[in-house]
Design a protein around this ligand. Structure first.
Ligand SMILES: [Zn+2]
Ligand SMILES: [Zn+2]
Length: 138
């Protein structure tokens, strides 16, 4: 069993702090880069695991949504940094966190490209249900 890893990050302006705990070694977390039009216009890389707890602590967030409007992209209202992407699944807010909030100290795995646009809504929810952690604070 993996020991619990905890990492902390902030958005660029410091208004938001992000506390993450995960039962996995950090180099087993591969930042995922999505190739949809929205994510190409707003580049990001997100990490998640079903054991992950993501606590966002801070000020105001805004969110927007991409093509199919299933997931919400939560951003810092002041600096615009992506904090996390989330979606209610079975009444629980599940999500993946922006891996760029944690600085260079944390060594994640190799980034991988994903193509969720090839999945339909049910397939996405099924995938996120397996892959995403629990998101609090937005
Ligand atoms: Zn900010
Ligand atoms: Zn995308």
């Amino acid at each position: 069993m993996f020991k619990q890893n905890t990492i902390q990050g902030t958005c660029n302006c410091g208004q938001w702090q992000v506390n993450v705990s995960v039962e996995k070694s950090l180099d087993d977390l591969n930042p995922r880069i999505c190739d949809c039009d929205y994510c190409k216009a707003h580049p990001s890389a997100v990490i998640s695991d079903s054991s992950m707890k993501i606590d966002l602590v801070g000020g105001k967030a805004i969110f927007d949504q991409n093509g199919d409007r299933l997931a919400k992209f939560y951003r810092c209202e002041r600096c615009g940094d992506l904090l996390a992407v989330g979606c209610f699944i079975g009444g629980v807010l599940r999500g993946a966190v922006n891996s760029n909030l944690f600085g260079a100290i944390n060594h994640f795995g190799e980034p991988i490209e994903i193509q969720p646009r090839l999945l339909n809504s049910d397939e996405k929810l099924e995938r996120w249900g397996r892959l995403w952690g629990v998101l609090n604070g937005v």
